[in-house]
Design a protein around this ligand. Sequence first.
Ligand code: 16G
Length: 240
Amino acid sequence: MLDKQSPIPIYIQIEEQLKQQIEQGDFPIGTAIPSERELTERFGVSRMTVRQSITNLVNDGLLYREKGRGTFVASPKVEQPLNGLTSFTEDMVARGMVPSSKLIGFEILEPESDIAADLQLEQGDKVYFVERIRFADDKPMAIERTYLPVERFPELDQDSFQGSLYAMIEKDHQLTISRAVQRMEAGLVKKEDAELLQIKAPAAILMIERISYLAGEQPFEVVRSTYRADRYKFTTDIKR
Ligand code: 16G
């Protein structure tokens, strides 16, 4: 099964074979893969080589380790195109998943100067600060911390944020969402966010900031999101 003459290192060949078996469904999601000892015997290589292949697959998010229990097949990452301005609800529904949210914070406050500037607010203007955990099929995917100008959306309360924010803006408020500027960077999860996302620190996250505008170029939201890097993959269609 392995080609020892090949210039491709053995640990990569093993990695590819395991990957193929995962993709074919030989090892279904959530089940344990064979132990290091079994794989060592099967491939006729050292335990260190097998461990290297498994570590790479863990780092790529295809497998996850549980202390004292073994190594399991992870759910495939959600592949999210970055070409359109869509909502979390729309994205999950498009994938046949059931979106839901848990509101963990709701306040009316005077924002920091950078948020105020992004939302083009005047001194003293207030915002709603909304913190939500976003779930897909009951699994936590992201935490979203959203700032919305109170003046633009008067009379919102906690109940306003139970469903889709974009649906509320477009259907209830009859406004047109036109564009957004988005920045993304990698980071390590904070302790409190790790608990909310049900992951163990240290873990990689994707931090995304979005400033979205209504038709007429009025900014209506600043969102700072923390996405699970083990559940998300972003794709862009680029032309030349
Ligand atoms: C997405 C947006 C977020 C927006 C939310 C609305 C990113 C990084 N963020 O999660 O800015 O507020 O959708 O979703 O894509 P909703 O309509 O389901 O509440």
